[in-house]
Design a protein around this ligand. Structure first.
Ligand code: PLP
Length: 367
């Protein structure tokens, strides 16, 4: 089996799996209860928050845990006090959890940003913001192409023009993998299962909690912004995975770059279309054979035990056309044959060689 779909989800690191048994036994108490083991559970849970906050260089009171990054995006977009402003400016290539939440929000208007380069700069934004703008949504790393937006610099420039405009950045594909700077960012989301932790835990950085009202009322957990008994186990796994990912992605950055270079070279030789901009993370690579539809390639590869994706695995099945590739002005034959390879520091060159050989075999069957 060759797994090349780490951007869809990441297997839980085995050391973390190993520790879960002890953690669930020791900290299964409700952190809100008042007896000693429950108080220890609270202390343990809050120490995970502190670890994540320290990693993000923010105050722990500004980190809220949710069940998924999707929930986090919904909390911010639906819970925000828009004051007398109604406009949200967002990239056309935002993940569905941001894109659909904005588009389906009845009380706001929105403007879509696009750039054929496949990433957004401040120049793309500056003529689209004005006194009606309340929120700009711009993800850090795109999940389909790996394109990087210089989000903190962009947010700084937005703030220089108008401090009332808030910036939300989806950091699901960058968290713990590349450096993150939240200095000028108001809201950021991240998720455990993308980095090797359990599902069911994710987080939101919120610079000013007074700007939001909760979507979920109840016992008032998570500073009143997200009621529900705390998911101690999954949050623990996320904090652990964050440390493992940070170390391994830093140590193996050159390896990831060399694998990315290898994929780019092969695609150039074979005259495949490279859809990931140069300014992308090395661990997500998108290309199109222009020969066979993505589904045919993915199924053929799956039969050989090689797992990749085309458009985001989390995208809506019935509207599966890639918004990012469309926003780059690419032709249908490129969009419909695109493949996303997302790798991990443990991916080997021989895995990618096998992948490209398998691709050749499948394509030759249809010639
Ligand atoms: N944002 C991006 C960029 C993603 O890639 C994903 C998952 O594919 C999400 C958000 C949603 O994350 P979650 O599964 O935690 O809701």
């Amino acid at each position: 089996m060759i797994y090349l779909d780490y951007a869809a989800t990441h297997p839980v690191y085995s050391d973390i799996v190993h520790n879960l048994h002890d953690i669930v036994n020791k900290y299964h108490y409700n952190p809100s209860s008042l007896y000693e083991p429950a108080i220890n559970t609270r202390i343990f849970y809050e120490s995970q928050r502190a670890k994540i906050a320290e990693f993000l260089c923010v105050n722990e009171k500004n980190v809220i845990f949710t069940s998924s990054a999707t929930e986090g995006a919904n909390l911010i977009i639906k819970g925000l006090n828009y004051k007398n402003r109604k406009m949200i400016v967002l990239w056309k290539a935002e993940h569905a959890c941001v894109f659909k939440t904005v588009v389906n929000h009845r009380d706001v208007e929105y403007k879509l940003l696009e750039n054929p380069e496949g990433y957004i700069t401040y120049d793309d934004i500056k003529n689209n913001i004005d006194k009606s703008t309340r929120l700009v949504c711009l993800m850090h790393v795109n999940n389909e192409t790996g394109a990087i937006n210089e989000i903190n610099d962009i947010a700084k420039k937005i703030k220089e023009v108008d401090k009332e405009i808030l910036v939300l950045s989806d950091m699901v594909q960058s968290f713990a993998k590349i450096p993150i700077n939240l200095e000028y960012i108001d809201f950021a989301t991240f998720s455990s299962h993308k980095i090797g932790g359990l599902r069911g835990a994710a987080g939101v950085y919120i610079k000013d909690k007074n700007q939001l009202k909760p979507l979920i009322d109840g016992g008032g957990q998570e500073y009143g912004l997200r009621s529900g008994t705390e998911n101690v186990l999954s949050v623990y796994s996320m904090a652990q995975a964050m440390e493992v990912a940070r170390d391994i992605y830093t140590a193996k950055n050159n390896h990831l770059i060399s694998l990315n270079d290898y994929m780019r070279d092969i695609c150039k030789n074979k005259k495949y279309s490279i859809n990931s901009p140069e300014k992308s993370v090395p661990y997500i690579f998108n290309f199109s054979t222009k020969v066979l539809p993505s589904e045919v390639l993915i199924n053929g590869l799956s039969e050989k035990g090689i797992y990749v994706s085309s458009a985001s695995a989390c995208s809506e099945k019935s509207h599966n056309t890639s918004r990012i590739l469309k926003s780059m002005g690419l032709e249908d034959d490129v969009i419909n044959t695109s493949i996303r390879v997302s790798i991990h520091p443990s991916t080997k060159l021989k895995d990618l060689k096998e992948f490209f050989n398998a691709l050749d075999e499948i394509i030759s069957l249809y010639k």
